[in-house]
Design a protein around this ligand. Sequence first.
Ligand SMILES: CC(C)(COP(=O)(O)OP(=O)(O)OC[C@H]1O[C@@H](n2cnc3c(N)ncnc32)[C@H](O)[C@@H]1OP(=O)(O)O)[C@@H](O)C(=O)NCCC(=O)NCCS
Length: 182
Amino acid sequence: MKLVIREVAPCDVQAMASLHAASWRSAYRGIISDAFLDADLCANRAAFWAQRLGPGAKDSFGFLAMRGEEAVGFAFAFPNADQSWGTLLDNLHVLPRHKGQGIGRALLAAVAQRCSQAVPAEGAHLWVYEVNLAAQQFYASLGGQRGERRMVEVRGGGRAAEWRFAWPSAAALLAQVGRAPT
Ligand SMILES: CC(C)(COP(=O)(O)OP(=O)(O)OC[C@H]1O[C@@H](n2cnc3c(N)ncnc32)[C@H](O)[C@@H]1OP(=O)(O)O)[C@@H](O)C(=O)NCCC(=O)NCCS
């Protein structure tokens, strides 16, 4: 089925929440505690997305990847997030059974296209858990440069190391990922 990338809207709270929960349960086991992952994670993520997509939300935008009626991935970003590093990509997730089909790349392309129009002079960056080697390889394969390491509090308790990955400009990111499908 054709992949369609469309902008996230306030009515997408539940779709974003269930995607986010499914991806965390698959990719973040061992990083986030089982107790937190196996509790009512969908409700937790729904509250998170209701706030992010609600009135008064910070300057931000996101894209959903759709296969037919099914939401299979999303990306969310904050332009002007950092004076030095530019747009913050926070989050990028693809449903486990849809990984490796170019959906992550297509979502990044949509973000890069938007940034190259809205904030062309800005770079782009994100943070990825140190133990999430698959995602680090994904970003490295798309030209992301690994920067500094930091320790952060993890939702549900504990601490973990993460690394910054960055691109010098939206144009540099766009050149790596290509254009988003329409
Ligand atoms: C990381 C993630 C977003 C990548 O999305 P995806 O749809 O699986 O990746 P794509 O199919 O678009 O891959 C794009 C390119 O990255 C490369 N790539 C993807 N996963 C990779 C991996 N594990 N190792 C090495 N390269 C990888 C692919 O080879 C591909 O290159 P190609 O198009 O030249 O073949 C997705 O796997 C995911 O949701 N993971 C779990 C959540 C997560 O870790 N999110 C990141 C949080 S910081």
